[in-house]
Design a protein around this ligand. Sequence first.
Ligand code: ATP
Length: 629
Amino acid sequence: MTQADAREQQDTAPPPPPPAEIRYSGQYSVNPLAEVSFGRMCAQIPAVLARIARLSWRTDRRAVQLLAGCQVVTGLSAAVQLAATARAMGSVLGAGTVGQRLGAAWPALLVLAVAAALGRGATAVSAYADRRITPRLTTETDSALVEAVCRVEAAAYAVDGFTDRQEAAEMGVMRTLVMVADAQRFLSALIRMVTAGGVLSVLNLVMLPLLLLAVLPAGIGAVLTARVDYEIHYANVADRNVRGMMRWWATTSKYGDEVRANSMTDYLVFWYRSLSDRCDRRTLAAAPRMLRIALLTSLAGGVFLVAAWGALAWLAVTGRIALAIAATAVVAVQTTLAALSQVVVNGAAVFHTSLYLGDMQAFLDDAAARAPRRGQRDIGGPVEEIRLEEVVYRYPGKDRPAVDGVSLTLRKGTILAIVGVNGSGKSTLTRLLTGIYLPDKGRVSWDGTDLADADPATVWARTGLVPQIFAQWPLRVRENVTLGQPRTGDDGPVWEAVDAVGMREAVEALPAGLDTLLARDIFGGAELSGGQWQRLACSRALYRRPELLILDEPTSQMDPRGEHGVFERVKAVAADRITVVVTHRLENTRIADHIVVLEDGRITEQGSYDDLVHAGGTFAELLELSHDR
Ligand SMILES: Nc1ncnc2c1ncn2[C@@H]1O[C@H](COP(=O)(O)OP(=O)(O)OP(=O)(O)O)[C@@H](O)[C@H]1O
């Protein structure tokens, strides 16, 4: 095709498809707020405050005590300021010369200044206490979330809506950044409101209900707005989740070559923008509702406010209250109004936070419920035999089992090879062997102990797994080898594992040897080739000296020398363990004592390499195809 042809084809090609419509679906697709009344929403606020207080208390008791002390000082200062204002007004507006009136007023003015200074000081100290609590609280919450996800049964990842709920819970972590400040502002505004309101009701009883009515619509508006905001957040959860993943895949340098050389950039950018636009459209669609709420509540608030000022004017003009009292009432009204508005704004913020904290807590509870609930039996070494009896495993939402009635016995000192076409269940079988998944039916036992009854940590302490898709940890070379093992401080075994996969030369050539950070994107970091990374993954498994060594396509990216070296090593150490190799390179199965062929999750053939080559079955066919070039 010429360049002109290519351009023409591009011009006439149909427009790119928009991103797939993804819905936050399944049992969690119902917005928890949809059926909740306004009253119940407001009633949640004290519980949320108590929860924030408990979380903060666990983080830094002294800072919480400081914060509580500051609230008391703020309240007292507000009350003293108003009382002093009333006294000063009485003197200033009273009888006598200017000098006499000022002379009578100055003690009250002094008290006013001191109280104001104390109030300001308390606010500054509150901010300091908040800064002591918030970073640690956020870290604590964030770490709890990460730990909860790391500790769930692996099968939870396949459960409908699990990752979407995780995304929703992340928002709870974000809110911890502002929640202490919001709670603190809410409480101090509440205290100021109560004291100012108290003073006002002493001055005149009619004023207080009028002021309450003036700010109540704003409160209702703020809570309703928070509710709409949450609805939008809820509708966008699934899209935001997938957008976050795409953002990483599209921008990480790891896939930069693939993205560029396959001209994926345009579509990825288009996709990203389209999805963001879709989220924006949902947000914009809610804007008129937000506007209606704002206009109606402002109107109602405005009417009541005018009534409140009108009432004050009427009381003063008709002589029902003295001028000095009226002047103090003006100050008290202003203070109460400002405090009430702060109560409303910060109360809505606390309520808003409660929604996301609720999601976070629900997710943490769910994750805790999905943590392994197995027996406590210790798998003691050395492991002599692993047995699978009529094992069946089906992924959630799938019609057919991925592993269907498999029975096998693996003995120490032997190598088992598992082969089969793509999707035949090989990797799933390795997950069952290691107890990452427990079977739906049948039994997997290590030396007679059913893995359902065993403490998984003791099983995994005896396992070394090189999965088909392995992580390239942005850690130092040493940590990449020793990750998952207790620290010893001895580099001897690390070099031994590096030697076992023929990586010594490559590691020595790195700028800081074993100390080199394997993260190209980070200043001072280095990058390995695909095959080198795979060698490192194999060295990690060998370093563990496991009782069960599983290699799932361990050499797919290695050169023949590397591949030969790894298999030689696997053979050399096979006597001390049970070894399982999953591979599509059938020549590699020569090292195995026993080979099983999987088809649709079932074992259809098994035997030694020589048996299967001459059996005329799937193995022989696949082997022949691999030679047919
Ligand atoms: N996490 C998962 N959630 C749902 N289904 C899965 C999951 N992993 C695998 N499957 C399905 O289970 C079946 C077996 O997959 P498995 O990965 O075990 O096959 P495999 O033989 O290892 O394939 P390959 O040779 O491609 O690595 C496939 O139909 C696959 O779609």
